[in-house]
Write a protein of this length. Structure first.
Length: 100
C-alpha cells in the first residue's frame, strides 16, 4: 500500500516537473500593448494639443467619436487644415449644446 502511494506521489511530482519545464515556456501575451509613437514617426498631421484636449473634454474622452466627427468635417471641407476641422467640430458641438 505504501509502495503504491509512493509511486503515485512520484508520478505526480514528475508530471508537475514536466508541466513547469515545458508548459511555462510560452508566456501569456499581454491583452493590451501600449503603442508609443514619437512625433518623428507620426506622419499624420495633428491638431494642436489644446484643440485636441478641448475636443476630448467635450466628448468625455471618446476618441472614436472624435475621429469620426473630424473625418466628417474633413469629407465636407477637404481643402481646410486639421486645426480648422477640429475647431469646426468643437464649434458644432458647442452650438448644438446651446452655447451659441
Amino acid at each position: 500500500m505504501t509502495l503504491l502511494i509512493l509511486k503515485l506521489f512520484i508520478s505526480i511530482a514528475i508530471l508537475c516537473f514536466l508541466y513547469f519545464l515545458y508548459g511555462r515556456k510560452t508566456k501569456a501575451k499581454p491583452r493590451y500593448k501600449a503603442k508609443v509613437i514619437s512625433p518623428s514617426q507620426n506622419n499624420k498631421p495633428q491638431a494642436s494639443r489644446n484643440l485636441q484636449i478641448k475636443l476630448l473634454r467635450l466628448l468625455h474622452n471618446d476618441r472614436h467619436t472624435a475621429k469620426r466627427l473630424i473625418a466628417l468635417a474633413k469629407a465636407r471641407n477637404p481643402d481646410k487644415s486639421i486645426d480648422w476641422w477640429v475647431e469646426k467640430v468643437i464649434f458644432d458641438l458647442e452650438r448644438d449644446r446651446g452655447r451659441y
